[in-house]
Design a protein around this ligand. Structure first.
Ligand SMILES: CC(C)(COP(=O)(O)OP(=O)(O)OC[C@H]1O[C@@H](n2cnc3c(N)ncnc32)[C@H](O)[C@@H]1OP(=O)(O)O)[C@@H](O)C(=O)NCCC(=O)NCCS
Length: 171
């Protein structure tokens, strides 16, 4: 397995995996294919060409089998923060440490961003696999949003998690 940041050339593979993620586990994401597809390519390109935001991919030979996004906030009062989004590993590849490696890669790269102090994410409160993964990587829960997501007529709570970068900052 190899891990690297995605480039504009990876769009077809990203499009396929992202589409699968949103269809396969709609309750894990705030986005839908229906709303995202018209903007997906533009957003992908601005993400992967941005100097501080990025998407990390896990490749099995040449096949993209997992990914996670990192978005650096831009506003003056928020630019010490980043957000993890879109974590997904292909179902048949889950449970082999790929999610952990994607997150380690992301945290190490994020730690090199000047002035970045903390990374936030949110996760469906029923998603035990993801919650344990994030806890293992040092994310701490700081709140719960009740009824944060409405998917197929079911409400889900969301757990808000954060990690301070002090403990992994590269000096
Ligand atoms: C969450 C997800 C990314 C984890 O990826 P993965 O490659 O399977 O994760 P790993 O194999 O690295 O496991 C990492 C840790 O997660 C936890 N975990 C993984 N699968 C689990 C499961 N089925 N049940 C409970 N905990 C689990 C464990 O703590 C594991 O660490 P350990 O093996 O040391 O105990 C993957 O399950 C996935 O893509 N799920 C669907 C999409 C999703 O939920 N995304 C998160 C959106 S917030």
């Amino acid at each position: 397995m190899t891990y690297r940041t995605l480039t504009v050339e990876d769009y077809p593979a990203y499009d396929a995996l992202r589409g699968m993620a949103l269809d396969f586990v709609p309750e894990a994401f705030g986005s839908t294919n229906q709303e995202e597809i018209p903007h997906r390519k533009n957003r992908f390109e601005s993400n992967v060409t941005h100097k501080e935001s990025f998407i990390v991919g896990a490749f099995d030979d040449d096949e993209l089998v997992g990914m996670v996004g990192f978005l650096k906030l831009e506003k003056i009062k928020l630019k010490h923060k980043g957000i993890i989004w879109g974590m997904f590993v292909k179902p048949e590849m889950q449970g082999r440490g790929i999610g952990s490696e994607l997150m380690k890669f992301t945290l190490e790269k994020a730690a090199k961003i000047q002035h970045l102090q903390k990374i936030n994410l949110d996760v469906n409160a029923e998603n035990q696999a993801a919650i344990r993964l994030y806890e293992k990587m040092g994310f701490i829960s700081f709140g719960v949003e009740k009824n944060a997501l409405l998917v197929n007529n079911k409400m889900y709570d969301t757990i808000l998690m954060s990690k301070n970068l002090g403990d992994i900052r590269v000096k």
